[in-house]
Design a protein around this ligand. Structure first.
Ligand SMILES: C[S@@+](CC[C@H](N)C(=O)[O-])C[C@H]1O[C@@H](n2cnc3c(N)ncnc32)[C@H](O)[C@@H]1O
Length: 301
């Protein structure tokens, strides 16, 4: 099966990111050289949103984080640079198409269906009524999750490394958000200036980080979250391991950043140990065609 994949199709596996050799981006390389001012409220709530300015890398966040126990590591920085390169440049158009209603080939159709199922699962773990709640969509991509959470009344803080995807999300924002609102940001999901949250959702945005880095991110977010964090990881399955191996065969420049598969028990153990006062709760794996990803809920009792 894996040999039939084009590298771009393969990208979609495991949540839009397939195994592979990483793109040639140097450690610490960040967002585009033109600084981005971010962002007044994106056409929804009319109120002020935290103003943030990001240059080549969301450095302020990192400086603050560096003083805490949740210090992002060198590997986190390197992988983040690769993610930016990939989602903002190499695969931005593919990703826009995948997350739209536009026709896609059969392989990507299974990925889209799997991702829809995952989104619905994660949404079902949030309260039906999110009015008055602040929800962080961490690594929001084109903003599909943000829209659904806002429709339940949430004030969504949607952040992504990719200016291109965030711009796309803003331009395609539906008008029918009901009581909800979305505030878009470009930058690192750990940025402390985003404030506190009731719930955090990270759909397929942490699957590229090594487990210690992902858990450090979760711990950093947990310190600013009151109720729950729902994220996905790439489960270590035989099939995924095979695909990971096959992914290494694709031409170098066309590859997504590697995913970092991890066993369910191992990630649960790490999360329970790393997030003081929190514990893991529900989990659910989606295995649909060319999409494998697993959601895990972590709650503050
Ligand atoms: C596979 S996409 C998923 C997007 C979205 N969550 C969805 O499910 O449609 C992963 C996204 O995470 C973003 N991302 C990865 N690391 C990030 C970080 N440290 N801060 C902000 N965004 C990040 C990437 O730019 C990319 O858009």
């Amino acid at each position: 099966m894996s040999v039939a994949l084009s590298s771009t199709d393969a990208v979609a596996r495991a949540g839009g990111a397939f195994p592979a050799v990483v793109p040639p981006v140097m450690a610490g390389e960040g967002p585009p050289s033109t600084p981005l001012s971010v962002h007044a409220p994106q056409g929804v709530d009319g109120g002020p949103s935290p103003a943030m300015t990001f240059g080549a890398v969301p450095a302020p966040a990192m400086t603050v984080e560096a003083a805490s126990d949740h210090t992002p590591s060198e590997t986190y920085h390197r992988r983040r640079g690769e993610m930016l390169q990939y989602f903002d440049r190499t695969a931005a158009d593919t990703w826009k198409r995948l997350t739209s209603d536009a026709p896609v080939n059969r392989i990507r159709a299974t990925v889209r269906a799997g991702r829809d199922e995952m989104r619905n699962t994660m949404l079902s773990w949030l309260p039906d009524d999110l009015r008055g709640k602040r929800v962080l969509d961490a690594g929001c991509g084109t903003g599909t999750f943000s829209v659904e959470a806002a429709r339940r009344g949430a004030h969504v803080i949607a952040i992504d490394l990719s200016p291109t995807l965030v711009q796309h999300a803003r331009e395609n924002l539906p008008k029918d958000l009901g009581d909800g609102s979305i505030e878009f940001h470009v930058g690192d999901l750990l940025d402390p200036s985003l404030g506190r949250f009731d719930h955090v959702v990270a759909m397929d945005s942490l699957i590229h980080y090594r487990a210690p880095d992902a858990v450090r991110v979760l711990a950093g977010l947990a310190a600013r979250t009151d109720t729950s964090i729902v994220f996905t990881f790439a489960p270590r399955t035989v099939l995924l391991t095979l695909m990971w191996t096959a992914g290494r065969l694709f031409p170098r420049g066309d590859k997504s950043p590697a995913i970092e598969p991890i066993g369910q028990r191992k990630i649960a153990r790490r999360v329970n140990k790393g997030l003081d006062g929190w514990h893991t709760s529900r989990t659910h794996r989606i295995n649909r065609g060319f999409y494998i990803s697993q959601a895990l809920e972590v709650v503050r009792p």
